[in-house]
Design a protein around this ligand. Structure first.
Ligand code: PEP
Ligand code: MN
Length: 264
């Protein structure tokens, strides 16, 4: 299999216009859950840049559990992301939720995100497999590691080998946290596959207080990077406020991330 270490023993390094993922350095992607407005995104991007992250995250297409929740700004959101990249120099990672939007998202984004809810949307996987941008593939809510690696296989089989895996927590009987962040998946994926793997402690726990310890744990476990939700004012966020870091908390997490990655 294309994603397996047996097939390809050396670690894959995904080069996103000069920013390398999987080369031994920890990359950080940070930003709001959703692009809410031009002002919100530009403010978030400046905070993210100043804290040291290399990527700005933010959903323009949002896969919401309820149809009555904020659904995202779609194309307008993509334009704001491109403007924020222009202003800060950050690379942009954003989700694509439907086949019809792949071209538009690939036009604006540096990395296309496939969200947990679409991990087994095979038509979508094949479509991003045919585009020329790296893909960040989140683990499905109830997906085994084998199912997740097979989803990567769908993308790679179409010719796109620039796949980054993202552990974002799985559903278990535990309800205290939003999901159960499977840190052992990092070690398992490192053994089974040559693809880089990053960790999302925000969706993985659902609680901003747990983002710092789980970020540190992810780096210690060997993750190639982190994707973290940061909002200028989490109390006013249109989605995922409870798991979003304030600017101050984000700076504190980043200070620790630098220290721990120096040890690794
Ligand atoms: C996200 O990162 O914006 C997101 C919706 O996450 P997930 O697909 O992991 O739920
Ligand atoms: Mn979110």
């Amino acid at each position: 299999k294309l994603a397996s270490r047996e097939f390809h023993p050396a670690n894959t390094v995904v080069d996103v216009d000069g920013v390398k993922i999987g080369d031994g350095n920890v990359v950080v992607m940070a930003g709001p859950c959703a692009v809410e407005s031009r002002e919100q995104l530009l403010e978030a991007a400046k905070i993210v840049k100043a804290g040291g992250a290399q990527f700005l995250r933010g959903g323009a297409y949002k896969p919401r559990t309820s149809p009555y929740s904020f659904q995202g700004l779609e194309n307008k959101g993509l334009e704001y992301l491109a403007e924020a990249r222009e202003v800060t120099g950050l690379k942009v990672v954003t989700e694509v939720t439907e086949v019809e939007a792949v071209d538009a998202v690939a036009h604006y984004a540096d990395i296309l995100q496939i969200g947990a809810r679409n991990m087994q949307n095979f038509r979508l996987l094949k479509e991003v497999g045919r585009c020329n941008k790296p893909v960040m593939l989140k683990r499905g809510l109830c997906a085994t590691i084998d199912e997740w690696l097979n989803a990567a296989e769908y993308i790679m089989n179409e010719g796109n080998h620039n796949v980054i895996l993202c552990e974002r927590g799985i559903r278990t009987y535990e309800t205290y946290t939003r999901n159960t962040l499977d840190m052992s998946a990092v070690a398992a994926v490192k053994h089974l596959s040559h693809l880089p793997i990053i960790v999302d402690p925000s969706h993985g726990t659902g609680k901003w207080r747990m983002v710092k310890p789980m970020s540190f744990a992810a780096i210690a476990a060997g993750a190639d990077g982190l994707i973290i939700e940061v909002h200028p004012n989490p109390a006013k966020a249109l989605s995922d406020g409870p798991q979003s870091l304030t600017p101050e908390n984000y700076r504190e997490v980043m200070r620790g991330v630098y220290k721990i990655s120096d040890f690794m």
